[in-house]
Ligand binder design. Structure first.
Ligand code: GUN
Length: 296
């Protein structure tokens, strides 16, 4: 059998950002509105610092307003809630994102649910997850929406009847991914660490989305020949072959093994990763349009 087609998420994300930039330009020209995205970072988690910096740069590159707020890890939950409240009431801010994880003394659910749902560009607020779960118009979490865009780009818009397996049940990826695929009329299974015979569950899937954070867990004999495999994992592992102390990034899928069986596969890096921020920018433009009653 021929090898899988590699899904180029970096290229797709570039196209999406170009469409966002064109939308921003039209909003400015026709409505005198510049979408604004506020990102709040609490503490100094190294990975979060990088993500937040990239979000700010890409927001500005699309000619949107970017506002970044940094609070010390010692900040109280009330200080963060006050910042969220201030942003809820700021007309220049159309999207609010509180970078996760938060320090252990803060209740992330309480903070997320304090965000105005109309500005919740992460789509994590219970109102937005409820709207998505009931098939209504919602702010949809960025990573799963980006995965769906990549899946439709290779399989086409009609996914009805396909068997989809989502590996992972997080609120950020697994659960909203399952809801999105269900909305597309897929037959959806959510598998997780307690699932019996994970390999057999995976091997039935036409669409397999892996989001468990276990390096190279999905092997070729877990994958149905010709399946579309979307790898959300970003795991850093030791790479002694590159030299002492060196590391490399791998996904939750054993790419080298699985690409000989799958029909389509996302690489790590360069697959799902670049989609997340591109969708965040698209969600910010959608939020600005909804807040100002402008049709999409
Ligand atoms: N941390 C890791 N992924 C995400 C995300 O998509 N949104 C937020 N707010 N924090 C994250």
């Amino acid at each position: 059998m021929s090898e899988a087609k590699i899904i180029d998420g970096k290229l797709f994300a570039e196209g999406l950002r170009a469409r966002v930039a064109a939308d921003v330009s039209n909003l400015k020209k026709n409505h005198n509105i510049t979408p604004g995205l506020a990102v709040v970072l609490v503490g100094d988690d190294a990975a979060s610092q990088v993500y937040v910096k990239n979000k700010g740069e890409q927001t500005k590159a699309c000619a949107m307003n970017s506002y970044t707020f940094r609070l010390p890890a010692s900040a109280s939950e009330d200080e963060l809630l006050n910042k969220v409240d201030e942003l809820n009431n700021d007309d220049a801010v159309h999207g609010i994102l509180v970078q996760l994880p938060l320090p252990a003394h803060m209740n992330a659910d309480k903070v997320i649910n304090a965000i105005n749902p109309a500005k919740d560009v992460d789509g994590f607020h219970v109102i937005n997850s409820g709207l998505l779960a009931t098939g209504q118009d919602a702010m949809v979490p960025c990573t799963p929406l980006g995965c769906l865009m990549l899946i439709k780009d290779v399989l086409g818009n009609d996914l009805s009847g396909k068997r989809a397996l989502v590996l992972g049940r997080s609120n950020i990826v697994g659960k909203p991914m399952a809801q999105l695929l269900l909305k597309e009329s897929c037959t959806v299974t959510i598998a997780h660490s307690r699932t019996l015979d994970l390999a057999a569950e995976c091997a039935r899937a036409d669409i397999l989305v892996a989001a468990v954070g276990r390096p190279e867990m999905v092997k070729a004999d877990w994958v149905k020949p010709g399946a579309c495999v979307i790898d959300v994992g970003i795991n850093r592992i030791p790479a002694p072959e590159k030299g002492e102390g060196k590391t490399r990034l791998v996904g939750d899928v054993d790419f080298a093994d699985v690409k000989s069986v799958a029909g389509f596969i996302t690489p790590v890096p360069g697959g799902v990763g670049p989609m997340t921020i591109a969708v965040l920018l698209a969600n910010t433009v959608s939020a600005a349009k909804r807040i100002h009653n402008i049709a999409s």
